[in-house]
Write a protein that binds this ligand. Structure first.
Ligand code: PGA
Length: 256
């Protein structure tokens, strides 16, 4: 757990290279006042390179929304961690859209996490239950499996550097954001699981984010949770003003 809040904007398959550049121009000024918040943007793969040239690294960092674990070879359409090295600081891995639309399993997620770590890219490992699993009261088991499956073969030191995003699938893009009490409970389940695997120090060090219909209206309620280090923001990160307001909320939460 860190005092410096981490706010990640996941643009998904939105914004052209040109629109991404315009966005950065608008956002830059607003962020100068909030250096105590770590701001990360995850643009499309196509915009990563141009944004990496434009980004004022002290103000914000870049993440990829995905990566492939092999360094190179006959893998049509993929971009490797090796290629992203030096361009991004973080990589979102195992997002529920990757798991459910593109059929990624824990084994793929694990390989991607390891490739990111190998190339000095911090993984943002996404975990979370579906509406069906939630109704069946399977959240704890799902989080357990996704954490055990995603983190296998890492050392405690590597896990301590990691970010884990709790993103209940039913809350993503639906406007049906999770209750802060449920998010707090999930954050504790995640930390307990990490503690069980890697010890207390690692569990305290790992950063845990909440994601799922975060907006400027509800951001503060999650940022007030001690076990939560920040937010993974989808739709609301596409609007500069809305994203700025969320960064502002993180700044205010960090001061408390
Ligand atoms: P949302 O997406 O904020 O649009 O719900 C969050 C995410 O998928 O990371």
């Amino acid at each position: 757990m860190s005092n410096k809040k981490l706010i990640v904007g996941n643009w998904k398959m939105n914004l052209t290279v040109h629109e991404s550049s315009l966005y950065l121009h608008k956002l830059g000024g607003a962020l100068k006042a909030h250096r105590s918040v770590e701001v990360v943007l995850a643009p499309s793969m196509l915009a990563v390179q141009s944004m990496s040239l434009q980004v004022e690294r002290k103000l914000f960092k870049l993440a990829s929304q995905n990566l492939f674990w092999k360094d190179e070879g006959a893998y049509t359409g993929e971009v490797s961690a090796h290629m992203l090295r030096g361009l991004v600081s973080y990589a979102i891995i195992g997002h529920s859209e990757r798991r459910h639309i593109f059929g990624e399993h824990d084994k793929d997620v694990r390989n991607k996490v390891q490739a990111a770590v190998r190339h000095g890219i911090t993984p943002i490992l996404c975990v979370g239950e579906t509406a069906h699993e939630r109704a069946a009261k399977e959240t704890t088991g799902v989080l357990h499996d996704q954490i055990v499956g995603g983190l296998a073969n890492l050392t405690a030191d590597e896990v301590a550097e990691l970010v884990i995003a709790y993103e209940p699938v039913w809350a993503i893009g639906t406007g049906d954001n999770a209750l802060p009490a449920d998010v707090e409970r999930a954050a504790h389940i995640i930390r307990r699981q990490v503690e069980h695997l890697y010890g207390r120090e690692t569990a305290a060090a790992v950063r845990v984010l909440y994601g799922g219909s975060v907006s400027s209206q509800n951001a503060s309620s999650y940022l007030a949770i001690t076990a939560i280090d920040g937010l993974l923001v989808g739709g609301a990160s596409l609007k500069v003003k809305e994203f700025e307001a969320i960064v502002e909320a993180a700044f205010a939460a960090g001061k408390r």
